[in-house]
Design a protein around this ligand. Sequence first.
Ligand code: HEC
Length: 125
Amino acid sequence: MNSRIHLLILTVCLVVQQAAQAAGDPQLGRILYQARCASCHSAQFNGVGPAHAGVFGRKAASVDGYVYSTALTKAGFVWNEKLLDAWLRNPEKLVPGQKMGVSVPTAQERADLIAYLKTITSTSH
Ligand code: HEC
């Protein structure tokens, strides 16, 4: 196969992959959340991890009554798609010294989870 065709196939794959990652499915995200996150998190209540209602667009480490790691408290950023993706992919890489020992290696699953997190606002539950 000549190298132009290789390049074309590679480009198509990259575009398809990006499109797939961009479109998270909140319904699938909800199921993933229940399976992988709900042991420590819920929308309204602090547990092992902080309550998640309204987390999208909120300052990191800002839920009242939850004791965060010093590292996340000092992070000072606002959760957006990029940061949530980096957090779920490898929390320790994004915020060294944080205390969530869970990661989600699959990009599509992270996109679905983020789509779901967007739907849990402070008034929805
Ligand atoms: C074993 C318990 C545990 C599980 C399971 C878990 N987390 Fe966490 N999560 C934590 C802890 C603990 C923190 C607080 C981290 C810190 O203070 O450094 C946290 C923090 C977070 C934050 C930051 C919230 C804020 O208020 O700034 C997000 C977002 C988050 N988790 C998402 C998730 C998602 C999505 C999942 C499921 C894939 C998940 N977590 C699974 C324990 C967990």
